[in-house]
Design a protein around this ligand. Structure first.
Ligand SMILES: [Zn+2]
Length: 438
C-alpha cells in the first residue's frame, strides 16, 4: 500500500510539472513581449535611437478584470457583450470561466485558437509537437519569421499579444507515443483525475492522434469536437463526440465528404497533401462556432457537419453510438446513459423555438430534416446522407466491412433530380408541424 501511495505521489508531482511547463510557455511569451517592447526591438528601426517621428508604439493593453458592455472604441469586448444585449447569449461573460484544449496547432487549430482568444476564452491549452515551417505559409496565423519555433511557442507569443486576458498553456508533445498519451491525459486531468477542461478540440491530421484523443476523452468522460480537412483541400467536416451519447471515434468508420476524387490516388509516398487557407478557415469557423454554442449554451449543435467546396454543399447527420463498439469503455458509458437522446439542443438557449423566428414566413421556408438519420434503427444500417462516405482505411471489426468498391459505388451513385425532389417532399411532409426537429 505504501508503494502505491508513493507511485500516486510521484504521478501527482509529474502532473504538476507538466502543467507548470505549459504555464511557463505562456509566461515566457508574456515576458518576451514585454522585453521587446521595452528595448524597442519589436519595431526595428534603421538607427539605434528612436526617431521622434516614428509611430508611437502601442503598449499592450492591460488585463481587464471584467468584460464591460460599455460601447466605447477602447473596449475590446463591447461587440461580444452585445450578443447578450441582443438576446443571443444569456451570459457572455461565462466564457471567462471556460477552459478549452486544442490538439494540433496547424491550419485549423491555430485559427481556432486565435478565434477563441479574440472571443475572450478563459484559458487555452495548446498541444502540438511540430515546428513552424515556410511550407505552412499558405495558411493563416503563423508568420515567416516564426519559422523554426515550435508551433506552441509561436502561437502563445502571438495570442498573448492579441488578448492578455487569456491564460495560455503550450505543450510541445506528441500524443500518439506511449508517454505522450499518459502525459496528455495527465495534463487534461485535475487533482481528482477528472477532466479540468470544458471542451477538447481535435485539429489533428491523422487517424492515430484522433484515436488517442478518443481514448483519453472516453476515460475522462470529456466532450470533444473533431475536425478534418481532406487531402485535396476542397472538403472538410466537424463532428461532436459526447462519451456514451453520440458515436465515439471508434464506433463508426470515420466519415469523409466525397469530393469525387479518389482519395487513394492522393495518399502516395512523397506526394504531399494540398491545403487551402479558405477551406481551413471555414472548418475552423464551424468548429469554433460549435464550441461557442456548447460553452455558452445557445442555438443547436448539429452533431456532424460536412463541407464540400466544389458543390457548396453542407451534408449533416446524427451519429448514434454503436452498441457493439470495439471500445469497451464506450459501451460501458452507453449503458450508463439514462436515454440515448442526443444532448445537442441547448436547454438554456434563449431563443423560443416553439414560435417561428420570423413571424411572417412569406417564402414558406421550412427546415428539412436530416436524411433519415434521426429515425435510423441501428448504427450499422445507418444510412449516410448523400455526399458522405466512409474514409479508408477502415478498421472496424464490429461493423459490417465497408469494401473499397462499396465506397466507389456510393460515390458514383448520383441520384436523379427526381429522386432528390421526392426525398425532399417525403422529408418535409413527415416534418410538418415540427419545424424544430432536424
Ligand atoms: Zn464507441
Amino acid at each position: 500500500m505504501e508503494a502505491e501511495g508513493a507511485i500516486a505521489g510521484i504521478e501527482n508531482i509529474e502532473q504538476r510539472i507538466s502543467k507548470m511547463q505549459g504555464e511557463m510557455q505562456g509566461i515566457n511569451a508574456r515576458l518576451e513581449a514585454a522585453v521587446k517592447l521595452a528595448d524597442g526591438s519589436a519595431y526595428p528601426t534603421a538607427s539605434a535611437a528612436k526617431p521622434a517621428a516614428a509611430k508611437k508604439v502601442q503598449e499592450p493593453r492591460t488585463k481587464e478584470t471584467a468584460m464591460s458592455a460599455e460601447v466605447v472604441d477602447s473596449n475590446p469586448y463591447s461587440r461580444l457583450m452585445a450578443l447578450q444585449r441582443m438576446g443571443i447569449v444569456s451570459n457572455y461573460q461565462a466564457i471567462r470561466q471556460k477552459r478549452v484544449a486544442i490538439v494540433g496547432i496547424g491550419g485549423v487549430g491555430s485559427v481556432a485558437a486565435e478565434m477563441l482568444t479574440r472571443c475572450g476564452i478563459g484559458s487555452l491549452l495548446l498541444f502540438d509537437y511540430d515546428k513552424v515551417e515556410l511550407a505552412n505559409m499558405n495558411r493563416l496565423f503563423f508568420r515567416p519569421e516564426q519559422s523554426g519555433m515550435t508551433k506552441t511557442a509561436a502561437a502563445t507569443e502571438t495570442l498573448i499579444n492579441i488578448n492578455p486576458d487569456v491564460e495560455l498553456e503550450g505543450h510541445t508533445l506528441n500524443i500518439t507515443t506511449l508517454n505522450g498519451f499518459d502525459e496528455f491525459k495527465r495534463i487534461l486531468s485535475d487533482d481528482t483525475d477528472k477532466s479540468r477542461v470544458d471542451l477538447v478540440l481535435s485539429c489533428v491530421d491523422n487517424y492515430e492522434a484522433r484515436m488517442t484523443i478518443n481514448q483519453v476523452c472516453l476515460e475522462l468522460n470529456q466532450t470533444w469536437l473533431e475536425s478534418g480537412v481532406s487531402e485535396d483541400a476542397v472538403s472538410g467536416h466537424i463532428q461532436l463526440l459526447q462519451p456514451g451519447i453520440t458515436a465515439c471515434f471508434a464506433c463508426v468508420p470515420p466519415l469523409v465528404v466525397a469530393s469525387g476524387i479518389d482519395e487513394r490516388t492522393l495518399k502516395r509516398e512523397g506526394v504531399c497533401a494540398a491545403s487551402l487557407p479558405t477551406t481551413m478557415g471555414i472548418i475552423a469557423g464551424l468548429l469554433v462556432q460549435h464550441a461557442l454554442k456548447l460553452l455558452l449554451k445557445f442555438g443547436e449543435v448539429t452533431p456532424y457537419v460536412g463541407y464540400s467546396s466544389l458543390k457548396d454543399f453542407f451534408p449533416t447527420m446524427s451519429l448514434k453510438p454503436n452498441e457493439s463498439c470495439s471500445n469497451g469503455l464506450c459501451c460501458k458509458l452507453q449503458s450508463s446513459q439514462p436515454t440515448s437522446e442526443l444532448a445537442t439542443t441547448n436547454p438554456a438557449a434563449d431563443v423560443d423555438e416553439s414560435s417561428p423566428f420570423h413571424e411572417d414566413n412569406e417564402w414558406g421556408i421550412e427546415v428539412a430534416p436530416e436524411a433519415e438519420a434521426a429515425s435510423s434503427p441501428a448504427l450499422g444500417e445507418q444510412a449516410l446522407p448523400e455526399g458522405l462516405s466512409y474514409s479508408l482505411p477502415v478498421q472496424q471489426p464490429a461493423q459490417s466491412e465497408v469494401a473499397p468498391d462499396a465506397e466507389e459505388h456510393m460515390d458514383n451513385t448520383e441520384p436523379s433530380l427526381e429522386d432528390l425532389m421526392q426525398q425532399l417532399e417525403t422529408a418535409s411532409s413527415s416534418n410538418k408541424g415540427d419545424s424544430k426537429a432536424h
